[in-house]
Design a binder for this molecule. Structure first.
Ligand SMILES: [Zn+2]
Ligand SMILES: [Zn+2]
Ligand SMILES: [Zn+2]
Length: 312
């Protein structure tokens, strides 16, 4: 399992600004953190973004032949992630899903970086709890948290194993959000423990009730409507297994064609076979010779005096 840090944003269809998406928002809509407008968002946009992050983790940095190199096919020459520690992907145009057309404008910036404590910027100690669940501890400030991945997530990207984002925390209950029908743009926040009104503190997503001391987490979608500034926060995705890009580079049958025309043109040619290295060639010649010598030694030296008397 390896981690990829991502930052995502989309262009709002009402105000035109680039609004951050700070978690895997898979409910079919996203909310602009500037103007508060909810807008339809295709899951297919997430599929492509997740495949992009998976490809960087699998094929980036020193993994030119991927994390699990193929026995005799080489993908290093064609690997677009070769040597990279960060890669951006921008989607635009329309995607079709469930027979409908959705505009997409998702931008994802992926980088090879371990999950960090938001407060101290040091790598977190991460433990796997169960499928899609991780437990984190900050070695400096000692803050503990746990995260659960949305159950639909593996259906969008088979290699996705876990996600670390404030919104997916299961450690704290979400703050209750009350809407006033007369003023739909304004919301009030209530403690999930006692129902008392609570205010927001700048710089943190956590709110502590002044009556019952319950700590709750303010949902991102309530954040903008409660008057907070839109803030880009990185989140982390853990992957395992071969990425879609690796399968494409290996020309695995039945794999979707790549979205970039440049890569598509390259993949029209057959894959490159690896050249055996000097060590491998040496072994290919030396190994049979060694076996032959061993056989000769056993036959001539050890069995030299042993003569079988045949019964006829
Ligand atoms: Zn907007
Ligand atoms: Zn910390
Ligand atoms: Zn309370």
């Amino acid at each position: 399992m390896y981690w990829v840090e991502v930052q995502c944003e989309f262009q709002c269809r009402a105000c035109g600004r680039l609004s951050p998406i700070n978690y895997l928002d898979l409910d079919g809509s996203v909310r602009c953190l500037y103007c508060g407008l909810d807008q339809a968002f295709a899951r297919a946009s997430w599929t492509r973004a997740l495949d992009h992050a998976h490809a960087l983790g699998d094929l980036g940095a020193a993994h030119a032949e991927s994390r699990e190199p193929h026995a005799w096919l080489s993908i290093a020459r064609e690997n677009p992630m070769k040597g990279k520690t960060s890669a951006e992907d921008v989607q635009s145009g329309m995607v079709s899903e469930r027979g409908m057309q959705f505009p997409t404008s998702l931008r994802i910036d992926a980088r090879l970086r371990e999950p960090q404590c938001q407060a101290c910027s040091v790598p977190l100690v991460v433990q796997r709890q169960g499928p899609g669940q991780v437990h984190t501890t900050c070695p400096r400030c000692g803050t503990r948290d746990q995260f659960a991945m949305p159950i639909e997530a593996p259906g969008l990207c088979a290699g996705l194993r876990a996600v670390i984002a404030s919104e997916h925390s299961t450690e704290f209950k979400p703050t209750r959000v009350q809407c006033d029908a007369a003023h739909p743009e304004a919301v009030t926040l209530e403690c999930p423990g006692c129902g008392a009104a609570i205010g927001m503190n700048p710089g943190t997503r956590l709110a502590v009730c002044q009556y019952c001391r319950t700590t709750s987490r303010i949902p991102e979608k309530a954040f903008a409507r409660a008057g907070a500034d839109a803030k880009q926060e990185p989140f982390w995705l853990a992957f395992d297994g071969p990425s879609l890009l690796r399968k494409q580079l290996l020309r695995e049958p039945g794999v979707l064609s790549p979205t970039t025309p440049l890569l598509e043109a390259k993949l029209a040619e057959p894959p490159v076979r690896k050249r055996p290295t000097a060590v491998e060639l040496g072994l290919m010649v030396a190994l049979p010779l060694v076996l032959l010598a061993l056989y000769a030694f056993v036959d001539l030296v050890l069995l030299a005096d042993y003569v079988t008397e045949l019964p006829f």
